[in-house]
Design a protein. Structure first.
Length: 429
Protein backbone atom coordinates (compact mmCIF):
# COMPACT_ATOMS: atom_id res chain seq x y z
CA UNK A 1 0.00 0.00 0.00
CA UNK A 2 1.23 3.48 -0.81
CA UNK A 3 0.07 6.96 0.25
CA UNK A 4 -0.52 9.59 -2.38
CA UNK A 5 -1.24 13.33 -2.38
CA UNK A 6 -3.27 15.38 -4.80
CA UNK A 7 -2.08 18.98 -5.13
CA UNK A 8 -4.22 21.78 -6.60
CA UNK A 9 -2.55 25.17 -7.30
CA UNK A 10 -5.05 28.00 -7.61
CA UNK A 11 -3.50 31.40 -8.51
CA UNK A 12 -5.23 34.40 -6.96
CA UNK A 13 -4.53 37.93 -5.68
CA UNK A 14 -5.54 39.47 -2.40
CA UNK A 15 -5.37 43.23 -1.82
CA UNK A 16 -7.18 45.74 0.37
CA UNK A 17 -7.35 49.45 1.09
CA UNK A 18 -8.66 51.15 4.26
CA UNK A 19 -9.74 54.69 5.01
CA UNK A 20 -11.44 55.80 8.24
CA UNK A 21 -14.64 57.87 8.29
CA UNK A 22 -12.86 60.68 10.15
CA UNK A 23 -10.08 60.88 7.57
CA UNK A 24 -12.62 60.92 4.79
CA UNK A 25 -14.44 63.85 6.39
CA UNK A 26 -11.13 65.65 6.91
CA UNK A 27 -10.27 65.36 3.24
CA UNK A 28 -13.70 66.66 2.33
CA UNK A 29 -13.40 69.74 4.64
CA UNK A 30 -9.76 70.40 3.83
CA UNK A 31 -8.20 69.13 7.07
CA UNK A 32 -8.79 67.12 10.23
CA UNK A 33 -11.48 68.33 12.66
CA UNK A 34 -10.45 69.92 15.85
CA UNK A 35 -9.73 67.52 18.60
CA UNK A 36 -9.72 64.58 16.20
CA UNK A 37 -6.75 62.34 15.53
CA UNK A 38 -6.02 61.01 12.07
CA UNK A 39 -5.49 57.25 12.21
CA UNK A 40 -2.35 55.76 10.74
CA UNK A 41 -3.06 53.37 7.81
CA UNK A 42 -0.63 50.85 6.28
CA UNK A 43 -1.26 50.06 2.59
CA UNK A 44 0.07 46.77 1.25
CA UNK A 45 0.55 45.95 -2.49
CA UNK A 46 -1.75 43.18 -3.82
CA UNK A 47 0.18 40.00 -4.74
CA UNK A 48 -0.64 36.67 -6.40
CA UNK A 49 0.14 33.30 -4.90
CA UNK A 50 -0.89 29.62 -4.91
CA UNK A 51 -3.62 28.10 -2.83
CA UNK A 52 -2.55 24.48 -2.41
CA UNK A 53 -5.18 21.80 -1.78
CA UNK A 54 -3.85 18.41 -0.59
CA UNK A 55 -5.96 15.25 -0.52
CA UNK A 56 -4.38 12.07 0.84
CA UNK A 57 -5.44 8.51 0.09
CA UNK A 58 -3.93 5.03 0.00
CA UNK A 59 -4.08 2.43 -2.72
CA UNK A 60 -2.20 -0.16 -4.77
CA UNK A 61 -0.63 -0.50 -8.21
CA UNK A 62 -2.33 -2.80 -10.70
CA UNK A 63 -1.86 -3.73 -14.36
CA UNK A 64 -4.32 -2.37 -16.91
CA UNK A 65 -4.18 -5.76 -18.70
CA UNK A 66 -4.21 -9.00 -16.70
CA UNK A 67 -4.46 -12.02 -19.03
CA UNK A 68 -5.16 -15.57 -17.86
CA UNK A 69 -3.84 -18.04 -20.46
CA UNK A 70 -5.89 -21.26 -20.60
CA UNK A 71 -6.46 -23.72 -23.47
CA UNK A 72 -9.77 -23.99 -25.34
CA UNK A 73 -9.66 -27.76 -25.10
CA UNK A 74 -8.01 -30.26 -22.74
CA UNK A 75 -4.51 -31.48 -23.51
CA UNK A 76 -1.24 -32.56 -21.98
CA UNK A 77 1.31 -29.79 -21.52
CA UNK A 78 4.44 -30.46 -23.58
CA UNK A 79 6.30 -27.20 -22.92
CA UNK A 80 6.11 -24.15 -20.67
CA UNK A 81 8.74 -21.67 -21.86
CA UNK A 82 8.59 -19.14 -18.97
CA UNK A 83 8.38 -18.81 -15.20
CA UNK A 84 7.13 -16.17 -12.78
CA UNK A 85 8.91 -12.87 -13.29
CA UNK A 86 9.99 -13.58 -16.89
CA UNK A 87 9.34 -10.80 -19.37
CA UNK A 88 7.40 -11.70 -22.54
CA UNK A 89 6.52 -10.04 -25.83
CA UNK A 90 3.18 -10.01 -27.60
CA UNK A 91 2.92 -13.11 -29.83
CA UNK A 92 5.62 -15.04 -27.95
CA UNK A 93 5.00 -18.80 -27.52
CA UNK A 94 4.53 -19.48 -23.80
CA UNK A 95 2.81 -22.86 -23.54
CA UNK A 96 2.73 -25.75 -26.04
CA UNK A 97 0.25 -28.60 -25.60
CA UNK A 98 0.91 -32.04 -27.06
CA UNK A 99 0.00 -31.89 -30.81
CA UNK A 100 0.30 -35.54 -31.84
CA UNK A 101 -3.45 -36.19 -31.91
CA UNK A 102 -4.34 -32.86 -33.55
CA UNK A 103 -1.62 -33.24 -36.21
CA UNK A 104 -2.89 -36.74 -37.04
CA UNK A 105 -6.43 -35.40 -37.34
CA UNK A 106 -5.18 -32.64 -39.65
CA UNK A 107 -3.39 -35.14 -41.90
CA UNK A 108 -6.51 -37.35 -42.13
CA UNK A 109 -8.67 -34.30 -42.92
CA UNK A 110 -6.31 -33.18 -45.73
CA UNK A 111 -6.33 -36.69 -47.24
CA UNK A 112 -10.11 -36.77 -47.18
CA UNK A 113 -10.23 -33.35 -48.85
CA UNK A 114 -7.91 -34.49 -51.65
CA UNK A 115 -10.06 -37.57 -52.30
CA UNK A 116 -13.28 -35.50 -52.37
CA UNK A 117 -11.77 -33.02 -54.85
CA UNK A 118 -10.64 -35.88 -57.12
CA UNK A 119 -14.15 -37.39 -57.24
CA UNK A 120 -15.66 -33.97 -58.03
CA UNK A 121 -13.21 -33.37 -60.89
CA UNK A 122 -14.01 -36.78 -62.48
CA UNK A 123 -17.77 -36.11 -62.30
CA UNK A 124 -17.34 -32.71 -63.99
CA UNK A 125 -15.41 -34.30 -66.88
CA UNK A 126 -18.21 -36.84 -67.44
CA UNK A 127 -20.87 -34.10 -67.40
CA UNK A 128 -18.92 -32.01 -69.92
CA UNK A 129 -18.88 -34.93 -72.35
CA UNK A 130 -22.64 -35.38 -71.98
CA UNK A 131 -23.45 -31.69 -72.45
CA UNK A 132 -21.23 -31.10 -75.50
CA UNK A 133 -23.82 -32.57 -77.92
CA UNK A 134 -26.47 -29.93 -77.14
CA UNK A 135 -24.24 -26.92 -76.47
CA UNK A 136 -24.37 -25.70 -80.08
CA UNK A 137 -28.19 -25.65 -80.19
CA UNK A 138 -28.31 -23.87 -76.87
CA UNK A 139 -25.97 -21.15 -78.14
CA UNK A 140 -28.11 -20.70 -81.26
CA UNK A 141 -31.30 -20.28 -79.25
CA UNK A 142 -29.57 -17.85 -76.90
CA UNK A 143 -28.57 -15.78 -79.92
CA UNK A 144 -32.19 -15.83 -81.12
CA UNK A 145 -33.41 -14.53 -77.76
CA UNK A 146 -30.77 -11.80 -77.81
CA UNK A 147 -31.79 -10.71 -81.33
CA UNK A 148 -35.48 -10.65 -80.42
CA UNK A 149 -34.71 -8.68 -77.27
CA UNK A 150 -32.73 -6.14 -79.31
CA UNK A 151 -35.67 -5.76 -81.72
CA UNK A 152 -37.99 -5.13 -78.78
CA UNK A 153 -35.59 -2.58 -77.30
CA UNK A 154 -35.34 -0.78 -80.67
CA UNK A 155 -39.14 -0.68 -81.11
CA UNK A 156 -39.53 0.67 -77.58
CA UNK A 157 -36.86 3.32 -78.15
CA UNK A 158 -38.40 4.38 -81.50
CA UNK A 159 -41.83 4.72 -79.91
CA UNK A 160 -40.39 6.80 -77.08
CA UNK A 161 -38.56 9.12 -79.49
CA UNK A 162 -41.52 9.53 -81.85
CA UNK A 163 -43.92 10.16 -78.97
CA UNK A 164 -41.57 12.81 -77.59
CA UNK A 165 -41.56 14.61 -80.98
CA UNK A 166 -45.36 14.38 -81.30
CA UNK A 167 -45.90 15.57 -77.72
CA UNK A 168 -43.58 18.51 -78.38
CA UNK A 169 -45.70 19.41 -81.44
CA UNK A 170 -48.84 19.28 -79.28
CA UNK A 171 -47.24 21.59 -76.74
CA UNK A 172 -46.29 24.07 -79.49
CA UNK A 173 -49.83 23.96 -80.87
CA UNK A 174 -51.28 24.49 -77.38
CA UNK A 175 -48.99 27.45 -76.92
CA UNK A 176 -50.16 28.97 -80.22
CA UNK A 177 -53.79 28.47 -79.23
CA UNK A 178 -53.09 30.30 -75.98
CA UNK A 179 -51.41 33.15 -77.80
CA UNK A 180 -54.23 33.48 -80.37
CA UNK A 181 -56.88 33.41 -77.65
CA UNK A 182 -55.04 36.09 -75.75
CA UNK A 183 -54.85 38.16 -78.97
CA UNK A 184 -58.58 37.70 -79.51
CA UNK A 185 -59.33 38.80 -75.98
CA UNK A 186 -57.18 41.89 -76.49
CA UNK A 187 -58.90 42.65 -79.82
CA UNK A 188 -62.37 42.30 -78.31
CA UNK A 189 -61.31 44.63 -75.50
CA UNK A 190 -60.20 47.15 -78.15
CA UNK A 191 -63.59 46.86 -79.90
CA UNK A 192 -65.35 47.55 -76.62
CA UNK A 193 -63.17 50.63 -76.00
CA UNK A 194 -63.73 52.00 -79.53
CA UNK A 195 -67.49 51.45 -79.30
CA UNK A 196 -67.55 53.27 -75.97
CA UNK A 197 -65.64 56.13 -77.57
CA UNK A 198 -68.12 56.13 -80.49
CA UNK A 199 -71.08 56.35 -78.12
CA UNK A 200 -69.40 59.21 -76.31
CA UNK A 201 -68.68 61.03 -79.58
CA UNK A 202 -72.34 60.65 -80.65
CA UNK A 203 -73.40 62.32 -77.40
CA UNK A 204 -70.97 65.17 -78.11
CA UNK A 205 -72.40 65.70 -81.64
CA UNK A 206 -75.97 65.73 -80.33
CA UNK A 207 -75.00 68.27 -77.67
CA UNK A 208 -73.17 70.50 -80.17
CA UNK A 209 -76.15 70.25 -82.56
CA UNK A 210 -78.53 71.54 -79.87
CA UNK A 211 -76.14 74.34 -78.98
CA UNK A 212 -75.73 75.29 -82.66
CA UNK A 213 -79.49 75.41 -83.20
CA UNK A 214 -79.76 77.74 -80.24
CA UNK A 215 -76.91 79.85 -81.54
CA UNK A 216 -74.53 79.14 -78.69
CA UNK A 217 -71.76 77.54 -80.82
CA UNK A 218 -70.50 78.15 -84.31
CA UNK A 219 -71.02 75.85 -87.23
CA UNK A 220 -67.29 75.10 -87.22
CA UNK A 221 -67.49 73.55 -83.79
CA UNK A 222 -70.43 71.42 -84.90
CA UNK A 223 -68.52 70.33 -88.00
CA UNK A 224 -65.49 69.38 -85.90
CA UNK A 225 -67.62 67.20 -83.66
CA UNK A 226 -69.26 65.56 -86.70
CA UNK A 227 -65.86 64.88 -88.28
CA UNK A 228 -64.58 63.32 -85.04
CA UNK A 229 -67.66 61.08 -85.02
CA UNK A 230 -66.87 59.79 -88.52
CA UNK A 231 -63.28 59.15 -87.54
CA UNK A 232 -64.42 57.18 -84.48
CA UNK A 233 -66.75 55.09 -86.63
CA UNK A 234 -63.80 54.09 -88.80
CA UNK A 235 -61.84 53.21 -85.61
CA UNK A 236 -64.67 50.90 -84.57
CA UNK A 237 -64.60 49.26 -88.01
CA UNK A 238 -60.85 48.75 -87.76
CA UNK A 239 -61.20 47.22 -84.26
CA UNK A 240 -63.97 44.90 -85.46
CA UNK A 241 -61.81 43.82 -88.40
CA UNK A 242 -58.88 43.06 -86.07
CA UNK A 243 -61.16 41.09 -83.75
CA UNK A 244 -62.48 39.03 -86.65
CA UNK A 245 -58.93 38.33 -87.80
CA UNK A 246 -58.07 37.19 -84.27
CA UNK A 247 -61.10 34.87 -84.27
CA UNK A 248 -59.92 33.27 -87.49
CA UNK A 249 -56.45 32.84 -86.05
CA UNK A 250 -57.95 31.11 -82.99
CA UNK A 251 -59.82 28.71 -85.27
CA UNK A 252 -56.66 27.96 -87.24
CA UNK A 253 -54.53 27.35 -84.12
CA UNK A 254 -57.23 25.13 -82.61
CA UNK A 255 -57.35 23.13 -85.84
CA UNK A 256 -53.55 22.75 -85.72
CA UNK A 257 -53.82 21.57 -82.13
CA UNK A 258 -56.39 18.95 -83.09
CA UNK A 259 -54.17 17.73 -85.91
CA UNK A 260 -51.15 17.50 -83.56
CA UNK A 261 -53.14 15.48 -81.02
CA UNK A 262 -54.39 13.16 -83.74
CA UNK A 263 -50.81 12.66 -84.96
CA UNK A 264 -49.73 11.84 -81.40
CA UNK A 265 -52.43 9.21 -81.09
CA UNK A 266 -51.50 7.66 -84.43
CA UNK A 267 -47.82 7.58 -83.46
CA UNK A 268 -48.64 5.76 -80.23
CA UNK A 269 -50.84 3.19 -81.98
CA UNK A 270 -48.24 2.39 -84.64
CA UNK A 271 -45.42 2.17 -82.09
CA UNK A 272 -47.42 -0.03 -79.72
CA UNK A 273 -48.22 -2.39 -82.61
CA UNK A 274 -44.50 -2.65 -83.41
CA UNK A 275 -43.72 -3.36 -79.75
CA UNK A 276 -46.40 -6.06 -79.57
CA UNK A 277 -44.96 -7.78 -82.65
CA UNK A 278 -41.45 -7.63 -81.17
CA UNK A 279 -42.71 -9.05 -77.85
CA UNK A 280 -44.34 -11.93 -79.71
CA UNK A 281 -41.07 -12.74 -81.49
CA UNK A 282 -39.19 -12.56 -78.16
CA UNK A 283 -41.68 -14.89 -76.49
CA UNK A 284 -41.28 -17.38 -79.33
CA UNK A 285 -37.47 -17.20 -79.08
CA UNK A 286 -37.61 -17.77 -75.31
CA UNK A 287 -39.80 -20.82 -75.86
CA UNK A 288 -37.23 -22.29 -78.23
CA UNK A 289 -34.51 -21.54 -75.68
CA UNK A 290 -36.44 -23.39 -72.98
CA UNK A 291 -36.65 -26.43 -75.20
CA UNK A 292 -32.90 -26.27 -75.87
CA UNK A 293 -32.21 -25.84 -72.17
CA UNK A 294 -34.34 -28.88 -71.38
CA UNK A 295 -32.38 -30.91 -73.92
CA UNK A 296 -29.12 -29.75 -72.28
CA UNK A 297 -30.28 -31.31 -68.98
CA UNK A 298 -30.69 -34.83 -70.40
CA UNK A 299 -28.66 -36.22 -67.51
CA UNK A 300 -29.91 -34.52 -64.34
CA UNK A 301 -28.27 -37.27 -62.37
CA UNK A 302 -24.91 -35.81 -63.34
CA UNK A 303 -25.82 -32.37 -61.98
CA UNK A 304 -27.18 -33.85 -58.76
CA UNK A 305 -24.07 -35.97 -58.36
CA UNK A 306 -21.85 -32.92 -58.85
CA UNK A 307 -23.79 -30.99 -56.20
CA UNK A 308 -23.40 -33.86 -53.76
CA UNK A 309 -19.68 -34.15 -54.46
CA UNK A 310 -19.23 -30.37 -54.10
CA UNK A 311 -20.99 -30.57 -50.72
CA UNK A 312 -18.59 -33.35 -49.74
CA UNK A 313 -15.64 -31.13 -50.71
CA UNK A 314 -17.05 -28.30 -48.55
CA UNK A 315 -17.46 -30.68 -45.61
CA UNK A 316 -13.89 -31.93 -46.04
CA UNK A 317 -12.61 -28.34 -46.18
CA UNK A 318 -14.48 -27.58 -42.93
CA UNK A 319 -12.83 -30.60 -41.30
CA UNK A 320 -9.40 -29.36 -42.41
CA UNK A 321 -10.15 -25.90 -41.00
CA UNK A 322 -11.27 -27.41 -37.69
CA UNK A 323 -8.11 -29.52 -37.48
CA UNK A 324 -5.91 -26.50 -38.28
CA UNK A 325 -7.61 -24.50 -35.54
CA UNK A 326 -6.98 -27.33 -33.07
CA UNK A 327 -3.28 -27.33 -34.02
CA UNK A 328 -3.02 -23.56 -33.60
CA UNK A 329 -4.89 -23.56 -30.29
CA UNK A 330 -2.42 -26.08 -28.86
CA UNK A 331 0.06 -23.17 -28.75
CA UNK A 332 -0.68 -20.49 -26.14
CA UNK A 333 0.93 -17.13 -27.02
CA UNK A 334 1.12 -13.89 -25.05
CA UNK A 335 -1.36 -11.26 -26.30
CA UNK A 336 0.58 -8.40 -24.64
CA UNK A 337 4.06 -7.21 -23.75
CA UNK A 338 4.50 -7.74 -20.02
CA UNK A 339 5.64 -10.02 -17.24
CA UNK A 340 4.54 -13.48 -16.07
CA UNK A 341 2.95 -13.05 -12.65
CA UNK A 342 1.78 -16.62 -11.99
CA UNK A 343 2.43 -20.19 -13.21
CA UNK A 344 0.11 -22.94 -12.04
CA UNK A 345 1.28 -26.03 -13.95
CA UNK A 346 4.34 -27.86 -15.26
CA UNK A 347 5.08 -29.92 -18.40
CA UNK A 348 3.32 -33.29 -18.32
CA UNK A 349 0.29 -31.93 -16.49
CA UNK A 350 -3.17 -31.97 -18.06
CA UNK A 351 -4.43 -28.49 -18.99
CA UNK A 352 -8.17 -27.90 -18.93
CA UNK A 353 -10.37 -25.14 -20.42
CA UNK A 354 -11.03 -22.34 -17.95
CA UNK A 355 -8.06 -23.19 -15.74
CA UNK A 356 -5.20 -20.71 -16.28
CA UNK A 357 -1.74 -22.17 -16.88
CA UNK A 358 -0.07 -18.74 -16.80
CA UNK A 359 -1.06 -15.20 -15.88
CA UNK A 360 0.58 -12.37 -17.84
CA UNK A 361 0.27 -8.70 -16.89
CA UNK A 362 1.32 -5.71 -18.99
CA UNK A 363 3.49 -3.21 -17.09
CA UNK A 364 4.50 -0.50 -19.58
CA UNK A 365 2.24 1.72 -17.53
CA UNK A 366 0.17 0.93 -14.45
CA UNK A 367 -2.96 1.99 -12.67
CA UNK A 368 -2.77 3.19 -9.08
CA UNK A 369 -6.21 2.41 -7.59
CA UNK A 370 -7.25 4.49 -4.58
CA UNK A 371 -10.40 5.95 -3.11
CA UNK A 372 -11.51 9.31 -1.75
CA UNK A 373 -14.38 10.36 0.48
CA UNK A 374 -17.36 11.27 -1.66
CA UNK A 375 -17.27 14.85 -0.35
CA UNK A 376 -13.77 15.32 -1.81
CA UNK A 377 -14.39 13.61 -5.15
CA UNK A 378 -15.67 16.79 -6.77
CA UNK A 379 -12.23 18.38 -6.27
CA UNK A 380 -10.53 15.78 -8.50
CA UNK A 381 -10.91 15.41 -12.28
CA UNK A 382 -9.22 13.68 -15.22
CA UNK A 383 -5.66 14.93 -15.75
CA UNK A 384 -5.30 15.95 -12.09
CA UNK A 385 -1.60 15.78 -11.01
CA UNK A 386 -0.81 13.09 -8.46
CA UNK A 387 2.26 12.37 -6.33
CA UNK A 388 2.63 8.79 -5.08
CA UNK A 389 4.89 8.05 -2.10
CA UNK A 390 6.25 4.49 -2.10
CA UNK A 391 7.06 2.56 1.06
CA UNK A 392 10.75 3.12 0.25
CA UNK A 393 10.23 6.87 0.46
CA UNK A 394 10.56 7.34 -3.31
CA UNK A 395 7.99 9.61 -4.89
CA UNK A 396 6.61 9.17 -8.41
CA UNK A 397 4.31 11.37 -10.47
CA UNK A 398 1.09 10.40 -12.18
CA UNK A 399 -2.19 11.85 -13.37
CA UNK A 400 -5.82 10.98 -12.75
CA UNK A 401 -7.13 8.73 -15.53
CA UNK A 402 -10.71 8.36 -14.27
CA UNK A 403 -12.98 9.13 -11.35
CA UNK A 404 -15.88 6.79 -10.61
CA UNK A 405 -19.26 8.33 -11.23
CA UNK A 406 -20.85 6.77 -8.10
CA UNK A 407 -19.65 6.14 -4.58
CA UNK A 408 -19.42 2.78 -2.79
CA UNK A 409 -22.70 2.39 -0.89
CA UNK A 410 -20.94 0.79 2.07
CA UNK A 411 -18.19 3.34 2.84
CA UNK A 412 -19.30 6.34 0.71
CA UNK A 413 -15.93 6.50 -1.04
CA UNK A 414 -15.23 7.08 -4.73
CA UNK A 415 -12.67 5.02 -6.68
CA UNK A 416 -9.96 7.00 -8.50
CA UNK A 417 -7.58 5.47 -11.09
CA UNK A 418 -4.20 7.18 -11.55
CA UNK A 419 -2.09 6.42 -14.63
CA UNK A 420 1.62 5.97 -13.86
CA UNK A 421 4.23 5.51 -16.60
CA UNK A 422 6.54 2.58 -15.86
CA UNK A 423 9.19 2.93 -18.58
CA UNK A 424 11.94 1.53 -16.33
CA UNK A 425 9.74 -1.45 -15.32
CA UNK A 426 10.80 -0.89 -11.70
CA UNK A 427 7.21 -0.66 -10.46
CA UNK A 428 5.44 -3.95 -9.94
CA UNK A 429 1.66 -4.44 -10.07
Amino acid sequence: MWAWVLVVALAGGVGWKYKSKVAAEAETKGGPPKGARTPTVEVTEAKTGEIVLKLSASGALESPNRVELAPRSSGQIALIAVREGDRVRAGQLLVQLDQSASLASLANAKAGLAEAKSRLAQAKIQKTATDSGVAGNLDQQNAGVTSAQNDLNLATQNLRSQVEVAEAAVKVAESRVGVSRASLKSAESAVAREQASLANQKSIVERQQNLFEKGFVSEQILNNATTALEVQKRQVEVANSAAESARQQVKLSEADLGAAKASLGQTRRVGQTAIANAQARLSQAKGSLRVATGNSAQSPAFAENIRALAAAVSAAEAQVTTAEVAVREAALRSPVDGVVSARSADPGALASPGTPVLIVQSDGWLFFRASLPVENSGQVSTGFPVEIALASGEKIAGSVASVAGVADSANRRVTVLVKVVNASKNLKP
